[in-house]
Design a protein around this ligand. Structure first.
Ligand SMILES: Cc1cc2nc3c(=O)[nH]c(=O)nc-3n(C[C@H](O)[C@H](O)[C@H](O)COP(=O)(O)OP(=O)(O)OC[C@H]3O[C@@H](n4cnc5c(N)ncnc54)[C@H](O)[C@@H]3O)c2cc1C
Length: 393
């Protein structure tokens, strides 16, 4: 065991843990990041890279996303390793006239909240991509949305924090137990670490880390499948979702065929910087089973053809799955834990962790440093908003 006693130990080297470690180290605290595998080996490398407001509920959710977008833009200037940042805005497409009406209302609500949303008509959609179906009635765009490569972003954050702020990173060190005396002792498969403060940023595995100090954390995995298209003709430049994605995400009623509804499938198409494209996605509560379900893959492909029928001969090269850290109210936990002074949680970002990681990291730094003014309000993200004894099954 090293004799060093860190001020802060962050457990989990996904996008959330990396962002927390970056801002904590930048604030001058002696910080170590502990990860059981390699950096970004969990959900943060098994997802898309959309940094969006387009799919957020108006209000606190949108505000936290906007603040996070501004922080990413700032990091785009500051970090040394480029992370494929592209700020082209993103679009939502509608399947039918009812959705189109809902989209017009959505734009109105978001615009009233000061966000940069615009309605797109049928012609606008055709101008976006020659591959779109002729009968898409329209959609909407959010101008501030961007795309990143989440995997590169994690490395970019920690490389800068190591070089400029003295962050230490301990990979291939699985946390197996935590005890608390005056300070915390964190036992890992690669030696022990002691620290005055601990941040549990272990994504869908945060409940297991919580259990080590008898804390019930109400996060469950919500599995998603993604298909990867090979590089062929450029499809389009910006991220596309269908309006039904919002319905799935928030569990609202949606008209869809049996398979689409059962697999929670809605179109998401993300063009990567190299012009591969990622096609998704599904939403299922099936525990921690990461296997690929070919039926879900087929449902995703079929749904994509509704919006892109001219892509029916495009080659797909592989598929992967990831686990969204789901909470019941769709907001993450970014909070101290009152019962255990010095213990914090930054987890539960469901399908929004890429969008919200920077806001989370900055807020956690401010909480740890006991700043009275924070970048976003802390209240909606407090851990004690959940009944302490209740854990979702
Ligand atoms: C299909 C799919 C598409 C998505 N698309 C988007 C998107 O476009 N935009 C968006 O904003 N969000 C998206 N998300 C959500 C986003 O990917 C997650 O919210 C985010 O990656 C969660 O990051 P995290 O750091 O909390 O968790 P993780 O990335 O899972 O990091 C947690 C880390 O903790 C480590 N760990 C676990 N147990 C231990 C232990 N005992 N000891 C040490 N380390 C441990 C793990 O190895 C892991 O690396 C998507 C998710 C999925 C599944």
């Amino acid at each position: 065991m090293s004799n060093k006693n860190y001020e802060v130990a962050v457990i989990g080297g996904g996008i959330v843990g990396c962002a927390v470690a970056y801002y904590v180290a930048e604030s001058g605290l002696d910080c170590i990041l502990i990860e059981k595998n390699d950096v970004a080996s969990g959900t943060s490398s098994r997802c898309d890279g959309n940094v969006t407001i387009v799919d957020k509920d108006p209000g606190f959710d949108s505000h936290m996303s906007l603040v996070s977008q501004e922080l990413i833009e700032d990091l785009h200037q500051k970090l040394d390793i480029p992370f494929e940042y592209r700020k082209h805005g993103s679009i939502l497409v509608c399947d039918n006239d009812d959705e189109m009406q809902a989209a017009v209302d959505w734009v109105k609500t978001q615009s009233e909240a000061g966000l940069k949303f615009n309605v797109l008509d049928q012609k606008d959609i055709r101008n976006e991509s020659p591959f779109f179906a002729e009968d898409i009635p329209g959609g909407l765009e959010c101008e501030t949305d961007s795309l990143i490569n989440p995997y590169l972003f994690c490395y970019s954050l920690i490389e800068k924090a190591k070089k400029s702020f003295g962050l230490e990173v301990k990979t291939f060190a699985e946390v197996t137990n935590i005890t608390k005396d005056t300070d915390f002792t964190i036992e890992t498969s690669n030696g022990n670490v002691t620290a005055k403060k601990v941040v549990n940023a272990a994504g869908v595995w945060a409940p297991f880390i919580g259990k080590m100090l008898d804390i019930d954390i109400p996060i469950v995995p919500r599995k998603g499948h993604i298909l990867v298209g090979s590089r062929q003709q450029p499809v389009m430049m910006r991220n596309v979702m269908e309006f039904g994605y919002l319905m799935n995400k928030f569990g609202r009623e949606r008209v869809a065929d049996k398979r689409t509804a059962e697999h929670g499938v809605a179109l998401v198409l993300e063009p990567t910087e190299s012009q591969n494209f990622l096609l998704g996605s599904s939403r299922q509560f099936v525990g921690y089973d990461a296997s690929i379900d070919i039926q879900v893959v087929q449902t995703i492909a079929r749904r994509a053809l509704r919006f892109y029928p001219k892509m029916d001969d495009f080659k797909m090269i592989r598929a992967y799955t990831g686990f969204r850290p789901f909470t019941e109210d769709h907001l993450p936990i970014v909070s101290e834990v009152e019962e255990i002074p010095g213990y914090y949680i930054a987890a539960g970002h469901e399908g929004d962790g890429i969008s919200l990681a920077t806001g989370t990291g900055k807020l956690m730094e401010e909480i740890i440093n006991e700043k009275s003014k924070t970048i976003i309000p802390r209240e909606p993200l407090r851990f004690d908003r959940f009944e302490k004894t209740k854990v979702l099954s």
